[in-house]
Design a protein around this ligand. Structure first.
Ligand SMILES: [Zn+2]
Length: 274
Protein backbone atom coordinates (compact mmCIF):
# COMPACT_ATOMS: atom_id res chain seq x y z
CA UNK A 1 0.00 0.00 0.00
CA UNK A 2 1.24 3.48 -0.87
CA UNK A 3 1.84 5.87 1.94
CA UNK A 4 0.77 9.44 1.45
CA UNK A 5 3.56 11.98 1.17
CA UNK A 6 2.89 13.75 4.47
CA UNK A 7 2.99 10.43 6.27
CA UNK A 8 6.30 9.59 4.65
CA UNK A 9 7.70 12.98 5.52
CA UNK A 10 6.61 12.57 9.12
CA UNK A 11 8.18 9.15 9.21
CA UNK A 12 11.41 10.53 7.81
CA UNK A 13 11.34 13.31 10.38
CA UNK A 14 10.93 10.81 13.19
CA UNK A 15 13.82 8.75 11.88
CA UNK A 16 15.95 11.83 11.47
CA UNK A 17 15.36 13.45 14.82
CA UNK A 18 14.73 10.49 17.02
CA UNK A 19 17.36 7.93 17.71
CA UNK A 20 17.09 4.69 15.84
CA UNK A 21 19.03 2.16 17.79
CA UNK A 22 19.83 -1.51 17.86
CA UNK A 23 19.16 -3.44 21.04
CA UNK A 24 22.28 -5.17 22.34
CA UNK A 25 22.43 -9.00 22.26
CA UNK A 26 19.06 -9.45 20.50
CA UNK A 27 19.84 -7.00 17.67
CA UNK A 28 16.26 -5.73 17.50
CA UNK A 29 15.86 -2.32 15.83
CA UNK A 30 13.90 0.19 17.87
CA UNK A 31 13.12 3.87 18.03
CA UNK A 32 13.55 6.34 20.86
CA UNK A 33 12.05 9.81 20.94
CA UNK A 34 13.94 10.87 24.01
CA UNK A 35 17.50 12.05 24.21
CA UNK A 36 19.84 9.57 25.91
CA UNK A 37 21.60 12.28 27.89
CA UNK A 38 18.27 13.63 29.15
CA UNK A 39 17.14 10.18 30.25
CA UNK A 40 20.42 9.63 32.09
CA UNK A 41 20.19 13.02 33.77
CA UNK A 42 16.60 12.41 34.91
CA UNK A 43 17.42 8.90 36.02
CA UNK A 44 20.34 10.03 38.17
CA UNK A 45 18.15 12.72 39.73
CA UNK A 46 15.46 10.13 40.46
CA UNK A 47 18.02 7.74 41.94
CA UNK A 48 19.40 10.51 44.15
CA UNK A 49 15.89 11.28 45.31
CA UNK A 50 15.32 7.63 46.16
CA UNK A 51 18.54 7.55 48.15
CA UNK A 52 17.40 10.62 50.05
CA UNK A 53 13.92 9.28 50.82
CA UNK A 54 14.29 5.51 51.11
CA UNK A 55 16.34 4.06 53.94
CA UNK A 56 19.58 2.53 52.72
CA UNK A 57 20.34 -0.85 54.26
CA UNK A 58 23.29 -1.14 56.62
CA UNK A 59 23.32 -4.94 56.31
CA UNK A 60 27.04 -5.47 55.81
CA UNK A 61 26.84 -8.92 54.21
CA UNK A 62 24.19 -7.90 51.68
CA UNK A 63 25.96 -4.69 50.78
CA UNK A 64 29.22 -6.57 50.27
CA UNK A 65 27.43 -9.17 48.16
CA UNK A 66 25.88 -6.53 45.92
CA UNK A 67 29.18 -4.65 45.50
CA UNK A 68 30.96 -7.94 44.70
CA UNK A 69 28.39 -8.98 42.09
CA UNK A 70 28.03 -5.45 40.74
CA UNK A 71 31.77 -5.20 40.20
CA UNK A 72 31.77 -8.31 38.00
CA UNK A 73 28.56 -7.53 36.14
CA UNK A 74 29.57 -3.98 35.22
CA UNK A 75 32.70 -5.28 33.51
CA UNK A 76 30.58 -7.73 31.52
CA UNK A 77 28.42 -4.92 30.11
CA UNK A 78 30.15 -3.66 26.96
CA UNK A 79 30.94 0.03 27.20
CA UNK A 80 28.92 0.77 24.06
CA UNK A 81 25.81 -0.76 25.68
CA UNK A 82 25.94 1.90 28.41
CA UNK A 83 28.55 4.48 27.50
CA UNK A 84 27.48 6.96 30.18
CA UNK A 85 27.55 4.55 33.11
CA UNK A 86 28.90 5.78 36.41
CA UNK A 87 28.12 2.57 38.26
CA UNK A 88 26.54 2.63 41.67
CA UNK A 89 24.92 -0.28 43.55
CA UNK A 90 22.69 0.42 46.54
CA UNK A 91 20.78 -1.90 48.87
CA UNK A 92 17.54 -0.26 50.00
CA UNK A 93 16.02 -1.26 53.31
CA UNK A 94 12.62 -2.20 51.94
CA UNK A 95 10.79 -5.54 52.19
CA UNK A 96 9.77 -5.41 48.52
CA UNK A 97 11.01 -8.27 46.42
CA UNK A 98 12.36 -5.96 43.79
CA UNK A 99 15.38 -4.54 42.05
CA UNK A 100 15.94 -2.01 39.31
CA UNK A 101 18.63 -0.51 37.13
CA UNK A 102 18.58 2.99 35.72
CA UNK A 103 20.30 4.76 32.88
CA UNK A 104 23.65 6.08 34.06
CA UNK A 105 24.51 2.76 35.71
CA UNK A 106 22.45 3.19 38.87
CA UNK A 107 21.32 -0.10 40.39
CA UNK A 108 19.04 -0.55 43.39
CA UNK A 109 18.20 -3.78 45.18
CA UNK A 110 15.53 -3.98 47.88
CA UNK A 111 16.24 -6.12 50.93
CA UNK A 112 13.14 -8.21 50.16
CA UNK A 113 14.85 -9.59 47.07
CA UNK A 114 17.21 -11.55 49.30
CA UNK A 115 14.25 -13.69 50.36
CA UNK A 116 14.48 -15.12 46.84
CA UNK A 117 18.14 -14.74 45.92
CA UNK A 118 20.34 -17.39 47.54
CA UNK A 119 23.74 -16.86 45.98
CA UNK A 120 25.86 -14.52 43.86
CA UNK A 121 24.81 -16.21 40.62
CA UNK A 122 21.15 -15.58 41.32
CA UNK A 123 21.76 -11.98 42.31
CA UNK A 124 23.78 -11.57 39.11
CA UNK A 125 20.86 -12.88 37.08
CA UNK A 126 18.46 -10.33 38.59
CA UNK A 127 20.88 -7.43 38.15
CA UNK A 128 21.74 -8.58 34.63
CA UNK A 129 18.05 -8.63 33.74
CA UNK A 130 17.52 -5.13 35.15
CA UNK A 131 20.53 -3.74 33.30
CA UNK A 132 19.17 -5.43 30.18
CA UNK A 133 16.03 -3.28 30.44
CA UNK A 134 18.26 -0.19 30.41
CA UNK A 135 20.68 -1.16 27.64
CA UNK A 136 17.71 -2.26 25.49
CA UNK A 137 16.30 1.22 26.19
CA UNK A 138 12.94 -0.13 27.33
CA UNK A 139 12.72 2.84 29.64
CA UNK A 140 13.37 5.18 26.72
CA UNK A 141 10.45 3.52 24.95
CA UNK A 142 8.20 4.02 27.97
CA UNK A 143 9.28 7.63 28.33
CA UNK A 144 8.80 8.22 24.59
CA UNK A 145 5.22 7.01 24.94
CA UNK A 146 4.57 9.23 27.96
CA UNK A 147 6.10 12.17 26.17
CA UNK A 148 4.04 11.49 23.05
CA UNK A 149 0.87 11.41 25.16
CA UNK A 150 1.79 14.61 26.93
CA UNK A 151 2.55 16.45 23.74
CA UNK A 152 -0.48 15.26 21.82
CA UNK A 153 0.78 12.43 19.77
CA UNK A 154 4.06 11.35 18.37
CA UNK A 155 4.37 14.00 15.69
CA UNK A 156 3.83 16.81 18.18
CA UNK A 157 6.47 15.21 20.33
CA UNK A 158 9.13 15.70 17.73
CA UNK A 159 9.32 19.40 18.46
CA UNK A 160 10.21 18.53 22.02
CA UNK A 161 13.13 16.34 21.15
CA UNK A 162 16.35 16.93 22.91
CA UNK A 163 14.91 18.86 25.78
CA UNK A 164 11.50 17.18 25.64
CA UNK A 165 12.34 14.49 28.15
CA UNK A 166 12.98 17.27 30.65
CA UNK A 167 9.27 17.92 30.67
CA UNK A 168 8.70 14.66 32.44
CA UNK A 169 8.96 14.79 36.20
CA UNK A 170 10.37 12.31 38.68
CA UNK A 171 7.02 10.56 38.88
CA UNK A 172 6.98 9.87 35.16
CA UNK A 173 10.52 8.59 35.35
CA UNK A 174 9.67 6.33 38.30
CA UNK A 175 6.69 4.92 36.49
CA UNK A 176 8.72 4.31 33.34
CA UNK A 177 10.95 2.17 35.54
CA UNK A 178 7.94 0.46 37.15
CA UNK A 179 8.66 2.19 40.45
CA UNK A 180 5.55 4.33 40.75
CA UNK A 181 4.31 5.28 44.18
CA UNK A 182 0.77 4.16 43.34
CA UNK A 183 1.60 0.48 43.54
CA UNK A 184 3.75 -0.86 40.82
CA UNK A 185 2.11 -1.12 37.48
CA UNK A 186 3.69 -3.43 34.99
CA UNK A 187 6.26 -1.20 33.35
CA UNK A 188 7.33 -3.69 30.75
CA UNK A 189 5.35 -6.04 28.59
CA UNK A 190 6.16 -9.70 28.16
CA UNK A 191 8.23 -9.09 25.04
CA UNK A 192 10.44 -6.63 26.90
CA UNK A 193 10.72 -9.00 29.87
CA UNK A 194 11.93 -11.76 27.57
CA UNK A 195 14.37 -9.42 25.89
CA UNK A 196 15.78 -8.33 29.27
CA UNK A 197 16.02 -12.01 30.25
CA UNK A 198 18.03 -12.73 27.11
CA UNK A 199 20.39 -9.78 27.57
CA UNK A 200 20.75 -10.39 31.32
CA UNK A 201 21.55 -14.05 30.77
CA UNK A 202 24.42 -13.14 28.47
CA UNK A 203 25.70 -10.42 30.82
CA UNK A 204 25.76 -12.81 33.79
CA UNK A 205 27.43 -15.52 31.69
CA UNK A 206 30.09 -13.09 30.46
CA UNK A 207 30.67 -12.16 34.12
CA UNK A 208 31.41 -15.83 34.86
CA UNK A 209 28.18 -16.63 36.70
CA UNK A 210 26.24 -19.85 36.25
CA UNK A 211 23.40 -19.06 33.80
CA UNK A 212 21.38 -22.06 35.03
CA UNK A 213 20.74 -20.08 38.21
CA UNK A 214 18.65 -17.60 36.22
CA UNK A 215 16.05 -20.32 35.71
CA UNK A 216 15.96 -21.03 39.45
CA UNK A 217 15.24 -17.35 40.13
CA UNK A 218 12.32 -17.34 37.70
CA UNK A 219 10.96 -20.54 39.23
CA UNK A 220 11.17 -19.05 42.70
CA UNK A 221 9.40 -15.91 41.48
CA UNK A 222 6.65 -18.13 40.11
CA UNK A 223 6.19 -19.66 43.55
CA UNK A 224 6.23 -16.23 45.14
CA UNK A 225 3.57 -14.97 42.72
CA UNK A 226 1.31 -17.75 43.86
CA UNK A 227 1.79 -16.78 47.49
CA UNK A 228 1.30 -13.06 47.15
CA UNK A 229 -1.72 -11.00 46.43
CA UNK A 230 -1.56 -9.71 42.89
CA UNK A 231 -2.01 -6.16 44.07
CA UNK A 232 1.01 -6.23 46.34
CA UNK A 233 3.88 -4.15 45.08
CA UNK A 234 6.74 -6.43 44.34
CA UNK A 235 9.15 -7.65 41.75
CA UNK A 236 6.54 -10.23 40.79
CA UNK A 237 4.00 -7.64 39.70
CA UNK A 238 6.45 -5.60 37.64
CA UNK A 239 8.15 -8.70 36.33
CA UNK A 240 5.48 -11.20 35.35
CA UNK A 241 7.04 -14.59 35.26
CA UNK A 242 5.77 -17.30 33.03
CA UNK A 243 6.68 -20.65 31.52
CA UNK A 244 7.45 -18.89 28.25
CA UNK A 245 10.26 -16.94 29.89
CA UNK A 246 11.70 -20.06 31.49
CA UNK A 247 11.51 -21.88 28.16
CA UNK A 248 13.38 -19.07 26.45
CA UNK A 249 16.16 -19.29 29.04
CA UNK A 250 16.40 -23.04 28.45
CA UNK A 251 16.67 -22.47 24.70
CA UNK A 252 19.45 -19.91 25.20
CA UNK A 253 21.33 -21.98 27.79
CA UNK A 254 23.90 -23.66 25.48
CA UNK A 255 24.89 -20.25 24.14
CA UNK A 256 25.12 -18.80 27.67
CA UNK A 257 27.18 -21.73 29.00
CA UNK A 258 29.60 -21.23 26.13
CA UNK A 259 29.86 -17.50 26.89
CA UNK A 260 30.59 -18.30 30.51
CA UNK A 261 33.36 -20.74 29.54
CA UNK A 262 34.84 -18.16 27.20
CA UNK A 263 34.82 -15.50 29.91
CA UNK A 264 37.71 -17.36 31.54
CA UNK A 265 36.48 -16.10 34.90
CA UNK A 266 36.50 -18.33 37.93
CA UNK A 267 33.13 -19.22 39.42
CA UNK A 268 32.10 -16.91 42.25
CA UNK A 269 32.61 -18.02 45.83
CA UNK A 270 29.79 -20.34 46.93
CA UNK A 271 28.19 -17.94 49.37
CA UNK A 272 24.88 -19.10 50.72
CA UNK A 273 23.51 -16.58 53.14
CA UNK A 274 20.37 -18.22 54.43
ZN1 LIG B 1 12.01 -7.03 34.02
Amino acid sequence: MMKSLPALTALAAVSLFAGCYQVPVTGRHALSLVDDREVTKMSIATFDEMKAHTKISNDKARNEQLQRVGERIQHAVPIWDMPDADWEFVVFDSPDINAFAMAGGKVGVFMGLFKIVENDDQLASVIGHEIGHVTAKHVHENLSQQLAMQTGGMIGGIAMLGTGAGLLGTEAVMSAYGLGAQGMGAAFDRKKEKEADHIGLMYMAHAGYDPEEAIKVLEKLEEETGQQAASQSSFTSTHPSNPERIQQLRDLMPQAIKAREQSGLAPPPPVIMK
